[in-house]
Design a protein around this ligand. Structure first.
Ligand SMILES: NC(=O)c1ccc[n+]([C@@H]2O[C@H](COP(=O)([O-])OP(=O)(O)OC[C@H]3O[C@@H](n4cnc5c(N)ncnc54)[C@H](O)[C@@H]3O)[C@@H](O)[C@H]2O)c1
Ligand SMILES: N[C@@H](CC=O)C(=O)O
Length: 497
């Protein structure tokens, strides 16, 4: 198998750069000799290679997790918490290296990568604490001389399949909850960004998480997922990624009736009320659109501005957008890195062409200034209408589409005109309008006058075709817990309570 060490020379701790799968506490090659090349999206250079595991090796990961389950679930919650807190501390201590790995494989600017390491680590800390609070209940008995109640028990092995846009935090938000609940995990990261996942495995081992409890499998995505979904011993499947693949995995998991959690695509409306300062709203919209070069499930995809302030808003948006620097995320002062690969650039270009051909106006976005093959310069379109792809599809690129609306009822109908329902933004200071929109918007998350909405205490997730279940918050751990009801009968001395 090919290996390259360029990336490790850039790290304080070269052992964080691993080019093997991690199964049962061992770094593993693929038995069939298949491998995948991983590129730096900014330069197109090879940064490493990963093996593809064969079917029997994926099953060995399940065997390992199955064996490890008995010991891991038997630990006290505070013992698991100690290991999770050690993992958290190691993530923090190695923040710089983890951010370097992330920027090189994903492309996001280094400060954003540092932010994601902090964000990812914050879920580990959160669930270390939440694991100690998985309380059951006592139930007032309706049966004479009986005591009724519930226990919370780990559901079993959890398979976690994750995307490339947030290569670290999308893993920790799932894995920390599962591990805290007592479930071993098998992580299948995106092939574009495996090295963050493998660095997480290295640090999990150092934190004292036992062999078989945290595994990272690599391989041909459809092949690996089919095996994981068909495995009866895997009881929970948690997926973050596109709605297309989410539907497929839900279908494949039906045969083994798994607990399925899905965090899927978004098509976020960003609604600006007539009372807003157009400059303040435009600056917020730029921030909500261009994070991770628009490759964010929370990215403002459809910007809906009241007609009375539309033109001023567009002027300020264009001015702010023009000040963004596009370039290699390893360089300082860069706001937008590359897109993940060339197909993403082609998709973005096709969405812009489609909008223009259907009557949208291109206000800004000169692609001749793109600093490389995988870069896409920010685009501002106005006059966007519902038949355009930029309205219908999650563009996952730095393409902002603006539409004017007349009144609240019209903007509610516009905002809900999508199969997606992840997140929506509302900018207005009118409390009646806020309440009306908050209730009428068909979204799992609504953020009012704030671009930032996520974090460990938050029940993150969508409605409609944006997903099933919630991650984070006080309910995130429930995705990995079963409720066991008990009835202790014939107690003799207990009655009526
Ligand atoms: N709701 C959320 O919390 C959230 C967070 C991040 C990303 N996302 C969504 O993820 C998408 C972008 O990520 P992506 O392009 O990596 O998504 P994707 O669906 O293409 O891939 C996600 C994962 O599924 C695997 N996969 C791909 N094809 C597969 C197949 N045929 N069978 C089984 N597995 C397969 C990939 O290897 C990867 O690990 C966007 O739609 C974005 O909105 C959602
Ligand atoms: N920004 C999101 C990830 C979506 O792509 C998050 O905070 O979870």
């Amino acid at each position: 198998m090919k290996l390259t060490n360029t990336l490790s020379t850039m790290l304080g701790d070269p052992r964080l750069f691993r080019q093997h799968a991690y199964v049962n506490g061992k770094w593993t090659y693929g038995d069939g000799g298949r491998e995948e090349t991983v590129f730096d999206p900014a330069t197109g250079e090879v940064i490493g290679y990963i093996p593809w595991l064969e079917a029997h090796q994926i099953r060995e990961a399940v065997d390992a997790a199955d064996t490890a389950f008995a010991h891991w679930r038997a630990l006290r919650a505070d013992e698991r918490a100690e290991r999770l807190l050690a993992w958290h501390d190691l993530l923090q201590a190695n923040r710089e290296d983890l951010a370097t790995i992330m920027t090189l494989e994903q492309g996001k600017p280094l400060p954003d990568a540092r932010g994601e390491v902090e964000y990812g680590a914050s879920f580990v800390r959160w669930f270390a604490e939440e694991g100690k609070r998985t309380f059951g209940e006592t139930i007032p008995s309706h049966i004479p001389n009986a005591a009724l109640g519930t226990l919370k028990e780990p559901v079993g092995i959890a398979a976690l399949i994750t995307p490339w846009n947030f290569p670290l935090a999308m893993i920790t938000r799932k894995a920390a909850a599962a591990l805290a609940a007592g479930c071993p995990v098998i992580v299948k990261p995106a092939g574009e960004t495996p090295f963050s996942a493998l660095a997480l495995a290295e640090l999990a081992e150092r934190a004292g998480i036992p062999a078989g409890v945290f595994n990272v499998v690599l391989g041909e995505p459809a092949e690996v997922s089919k095996i994981l979904c068909a495995e009866e011993r895997i009881k929970a499947l948690s997926f973050t990624g596109s709605t297309r693949v989410g539907r497929l995995l839900l279908e494949q998991s039906a045969q083994t009736v798994k607990r399925v959690s899905l965090e899927l695509g978004g098509n976020a409306p960003f609604i600006v009320g007539p009372d807003m300062d157009p400059k303040e709203a435009a600056f917020a919209a730029v921030a909500a659109k261009f994070q991770t070069a628009g490759q964010d499930c929370l990215a403002a995809n459809r910007i809906l501005v009241h007609e009375s302030i539309h033109d001023e808003f567009v002027e300020h948006f264009a001015e702010r957008m023009a000040a963004l620097t596009v370039g290699n995320g390893m360089e300082s002062e860069v706001d937008l890195g590359p897109l993940i690969h060339r197909q993403a650039v082609d998709k973005a270009a096709a969405i812009v062409d489609d909008a223009i051909s259907r009557g949208a106006t291109l206000v800004a976005g000169d692609q001749t200034r793109a600093p490389g093959d995988n870069f896409f310069m920010p685009v501002l379109l106005t006059g966007v209408t519902p038949e355009m792809k930029v309205w219908r599809e999650e563009n996952f690129a730095p393409v902002a589409g603006v539409t004017a609306y007349r009144d609240d009822d019209e903007v509610i109908a516009m905002a809900n005109d999508t199969e997606y329902g992840l997140a929506a933004y509302v900018y207005t200071h009118d409390i009646r309008r806020i309440w009306k929109l908050l209730r009428a918007l068909e979204y799992g998350m609504v953020s009012v006058n704030s671009v930032k909405m996520t974090g460990p205490p938050v029940p993150f997730g969508g409605v409609k075709q944006s997903g099933l279940g919630r991650e984070g918050g006080i309910t995130g751990i429930d995705e990995y817990l079963e409720t066991k009801y008990y009835c202790l009968g014939a107690l003799g001395s207990v009655s009526g309570s």
